[in-house]
Ligand binder design. Sequence first.
Ligand SMILES: NC(=O)c1ccc[n+]([C@@H]2O[C@H](COP(=O)([O-])OP(=O)(O)OC[C@H]3O[C@@H](n4cnc5c(N)ncnc54)[C@H](O)[C@@H]3O)[C@@H](O)[C@H]2O)c1
Length: 272
Amino acid sequence: MAYNLLKGKRGIITGALDEKSIAWRVALKAKEEGAVFTLTNAPVALRMGQVKELAKICEAELIPADATSVEDLTTLFQKSMEVLGGKIDFLLHSIGMSPNVRKGRSYGDLKYDDFLKSIDISAISLHKMLHVAEKLDAFNEYASVVALSYIAAQRTFPSYSDMAQAKAVLESIARSYGERLGRMKKVRVNTVSQSPTKTTAGTGIEGFDAFFEYANAMSPLGNATADDCADYVVTLFSDLTRKVTMQNLYHDGGFSSMGMSDALIEMIKPKS
Ligand SMILES: NC(=O)c1ccc[n+]([C@@H]2O[C@H](COP(=O)([O-])OP(=O)(O)OC[C@H]3O[C@@H](n4cnc5c(N)ncnc54)[C@H](O)[C@@H]3O)[C@@H](O)[C@H]2O)c1
C-alpha cells in the first residue's frame, strides 16, 4: 500500500547492484511513494550489474560515479539536479566494500593500503558526497540523507574485520555533517543500522549464515529484511521525520537491545 509519502521529492540513490541490494528495494519503494530520483553506482558495477533493468522500472536516469571520486560525485549531483529539474530532497548512501574482507585476510594480517580503501569507499564517500552537495548548494531545506550501517560499529563481530572501523567512521561523519548541514540548511543526516541481510555485500562476510541465524534467533521481531529496511528509509526521507537527525537508528528487530533469547538458549543448550 502506497501513501504518497515522497510525492514531489527528488533524490539520489546509490548502491543498487541487483535485486537483493538494499538500495534496489529502497528505489522500488521510493518510486511507489511518488519520488523521482537518479540511480548511481561505480562504473564497473553499472557495466556488469542489472541496474539498467531497475532504471527502466523506476524511469530513472543512471549516472556512473565512483563514490571515492569528488569529480565523479560533482558530476552526479550536477546531472541529477539537471535531470530532475531542481535541488535534491533525499540521498541514500548504500555503499560498502572491504578489499581485506574480499581477499579473506585475518584481522591480524590486514594490508594497510586496503584498510584505507575500505574506509574511503565505505565511509569517507559519505563525507565527499555531503561536501559536494554543500559546495553546489544541492539540497533543499529539510532534505534527508540516510547511510546504511551495521552494529559492528559498536560491538565486535570478528569476521566483519576493518568494515567495523569503516562503519564507526561512517556513523561519526553522519553526526558531524548532521550538525553542520542541519544548522546551515535544516538538512537531516542519519545512519540506519540494519540486520544482516542476504545481499552481495552481506554474504561476502565470512560466516554470514551464522551471523544471520544468530541475529534472527536473538531478535524478538526476527531479522529485518531489505524490504523492511526500504519501508523504514522511506519514512526517514518523508516529511514525517523532519526533526530526526544525527542518529544511528537501529533497524534490527530488537537485536541491539538483547542479551540472550529463549530461541538462542534452545539452539545452543547441551542436548542431554
Ligand atoms: N547486507 C547486510 O547484511 C548489511 C547489513 C547492514 C548494513 N549493510 C550496508 O548496506 C549497504 C548496502 O549493501 P548491500 O547489503 O545492499 O549490498 P550490495 O552489494 O548490494 O551493495 C553494495 C554496493 O556498494 C557499491 N560500491 C562498492 N564500491 C563502490 C564505489 N567505489 N563507488 C560506488 N559504489 C560502490 C557496489 O557496487 C554495490 O552496489 C552497505 O553500506 C552495507 O555495508 C548491509
